[in-house]
Design a protein around this ligand. Structure first.
Ligand code: ZN
Length: 413
């Protein structure tokens, strides 16, 4: 867990690289500052909460004016920390910078507006129980709209003596841009590289694009970068190290995509395919730093690929087509066996380390008992213990948070 949390709360430290022309400011998501003779380029500006810290760090590095802000994509942690920057511009009476983003980011911002309350609730689900009870969810309401909208797959611009290339690709989102600074061989990837297993199947969020993601990483490889600035995590330096991360991550994405496709073509339903996929994950990848499941994880990625090509009826069992309410099913189970039978059996499974099965067995008691009986209390406490153990055993931030949300829910009920 500690590793996961530190992954999310960067130290705010500054890493300068490429002959001091580039600087990484590390907060929740990374912000990059590129210095030219004519001013600064910012690649991502963090989330609203960290805007002041990022701005303070930026002004420790340089007093030069900001000429361009580039959004790697429209997620809340990458392009909402603009207020202190805009305050300075207003105070000093400076010209506003150009804001560059891909055209799909406009649609994303519109979506955030239409689904404002839902997104706040959703992000609270995703982050709250690890970050803290008073966490209200990130804000995506106050936006700084782009002034240069990239409609092709490529956009090139100059500042000072330097040329910068932006490329569009699909990966975690459909609005992503990555930057190539050829004079210094600097690659800024946004969330195409997260310093952990790609976030390609977030259970809360919309579809991601594993195949296109892999292909984008292969395009990055062709540039032969000397510096790789990821969307989250530490700077990677050296051609060989960068090559391994880009190629290895691309291989992992091809693998999950192609193996799911293969099984779809063999006419397999989700459950069979999923458990087969868990069996075949290459052993050698389990120890790779850049594939550690700190946020997303391989099982989530299997879901993502399946969902990309399949409808929601995924069991092959007609029972699940128009299912009854879970409480009603549970009440029927409790007519067959006593609540105490389920509790005792659950406890045996728990003690034998069969945590997942134990959860399935305790649920009919929690969902089926409507009174405030001692058995309901016992079952809820037991489930909390199992969930805590599950949370401790997973390294995925998202999975751990879902388990801990479940604990909180059981306490509140
Ligand atoms: Zn991010």
């Amino acid at each position: 867990m500690i590793k996961t949390i530190s992954f999310f709360f960067g130290s705010g430290e500054i890493t300068s690289f490429a002959d001091n022309t580039c600087h990484l400011i590390n907060t929740f998501a990374n912000c990059y500052v590129i210095e030219t003779s004519d001013g600064l380029i910012l690649f991502d500006i963090g989330q609203e909460l960290f805007g002041p810290i990022i701005f303070e760090k930026l002004r420790q590095i340089t007093e030069k004016p900001i000429k361009y802000i580039i959004y790697s994509h429209g997620h809340f942690d990458h392009c909402f920390g603009f207020q202190p920057i805009m305050n300075e511009i207003e105070t000093k009476g400076q010209k506003k910078p150009q804001i560059i983003a891909h055209e799909n980011l406009i649609r994303r911002f519109q979506k955030y507006e239409h689904l404002a309350s839902y997104h706040k609730w959703l992000n609270k689900q995703q982050f709250a129980s690890v970050i803290g009870d008073d966490y209200k969810g990130p804000s995506t309401q106050n936006v700084l709209n782009p002034t240069i909208i990239v409609t092709n797959n490529e956009y090139t611009f100059r500042l000072g003596k330097d040329t910068f290339h932006l490329y569009h690709g699909w990966g975690e989102t459909d609005d992503a841009l990555w930057l190539w600074f050829p004079a210094k061989k600097v690659l800024l990837t946004g969330d195409f590289i997260l310093s952990s297993y790609p976030n390609v199947g977030n259970p809360f969020k919309v579809q991601r694009y594993p195949k296109e993601w892999a292909e984008t990483l292969e395009l990055m490889l062709k540039k032969k970068p000397h510096f790789l600035g990821p969307g989250h995590g530490d700077l990677i330096t050296g051609e060989d190290a960068i090559h391994e991360v880009l190629e290895g991550t691309a291989q992992a994405l091809h693998f999950v995509h192609d193996e799911v496709i293969k099984r779809l073509n063999e006419g397999k339903w989700f459950e069979q395919l999923y458990y087969e996929m868990l069996e075949i994950y290459p052993e050698a990848w389990k120890t790779k730093d850049y594939l550690q499941p700190l946020y997303g994880c391989y099982p989530f990625a299997i879901h993502a690929v399946y969902r990309l090509y399949h409808g929601w009826y995924d069991s092959g069992n007609p029972t699940t087509l128009f299912p009854a309410k879970r409480t009603e099913i549970a009440q029927e189970f409790l007519k067959i066996a006593e609540p105490q039978d389920f509790i005792s059996h659950c406890r045996r499974l728990y003690e034998a380390g069969e945590l997942q099965l134990a959860l399935h067995i305790i649920d009919p008691v929690i969902e089926g008992l409507t009174d405030r009986s001692p058995q309901l209390t016992e079952a809820k406490i037991l489930k909390q213990e199992i969930l805590e153990k599950k949370a401790e055993e997973t390294s995925s931030f998202i999975a751990a948070n879902i388990y801990r949300n479940g604990i909180q829910q059981l306490r509140e009920d």
